[in-house]
Design a protein around this ligand. Structure first.
Ligand SMILES: [Zn+2]
Length: 214
């Protein structure tokens, strides 16, 4: 067993441009650093939740916490649209560093979270994690510019994620896939009430079906 960190959810208000919504299963993750030395995960949350911005990311990580500010199923604007499909299909994960942030602790959480993503989505680290510098080499150097200050290379990072993933152990597919958990939201005597509830569920973004039982 490796470390087991907590992922804290503190979502941006949906009224902001930087949380455009959507509902997809992400295909890969992009490793970023904030490029703003000393700014913590919570400070980033506050900044991104205070005004309309043209950029965003799903998760900010510092030496204290792993802070999820946009649901992983939603879109975020973390890479220039012209250079890749990352905004539509990838998760943006930002490393906070510098200032009073303890590098070792922040980096450990960052590595752990990428391993957690790989386990969760059944991704292979070297195929499913891209550095921002790889997607937009003309304009970006993150997260390797931050890594360099602490003697870490991008290759070290991928190896560390791989090692963490191994420590987490295999996903117990039999246990996790053998049972179905069905969510029920109502039972009605009048069919029109059931139809009404399906409409409500669909409007809220959930697929729903009516099953008749005696
Ligand atoms: Zn970046």
């Amino acid at each position: 067993m490796g470390a087991n960190y907590k992922i804290t959810t503190m979502l941006l208000d949906q009224r902001w441009n930087q949380r455009p919504g959507g509902n997809r299963i992400p295909r890969y993750a992009v490793a970023h650093d904030t490029g703003n030395e000393g700014s913590t995960a919570k400070q980033n949350y506050k900044y991104f939740n205070s005004r309309n911005l043209e950029a965003s990311a799903h998760v900010f990580i510092d030496d204290q916490e792993i802070l999820l500010i946009i649901p992983l199923s939603e879109k975020a604007w973390h890479v220039r649209s012209q250079v890749s499909d990352a905004n539509d299909w990838a998760l943006g994960v930002e490393l906070c560093h510098g200032g009073n942030i303890i590098w070792k602790e922040a980096y450990k959480r960052y590595v752990w979270f990428f391993a957690w993503l790989c386990r969760h989505y059944r991704w292979i680290p070297e195929h499913s994690i891209k550095g921002h510098f790889q997607l937009d080499p003309a304009r970006r150097t993150d997260p390797v510019n931050a890594f360099k200050k602490y003697g870490v290379t991008y290759q070290h990072f991928l190896q560390a994620v791989e090692a963490e993933l191994t420590k987490m152990g295999p996903v117990d597919d039999e246990k996790e896939q053998g049972t179905l958990y069905r969510v029920q939201i109502g039972s009605y005597r009048q069919p029109e009430n059931a139809v009404e509830m399906v409409k409500l569920a669909k409007k809220a973004g959930f697929d729903a079906v009516i099953i008749k039982t005696k």
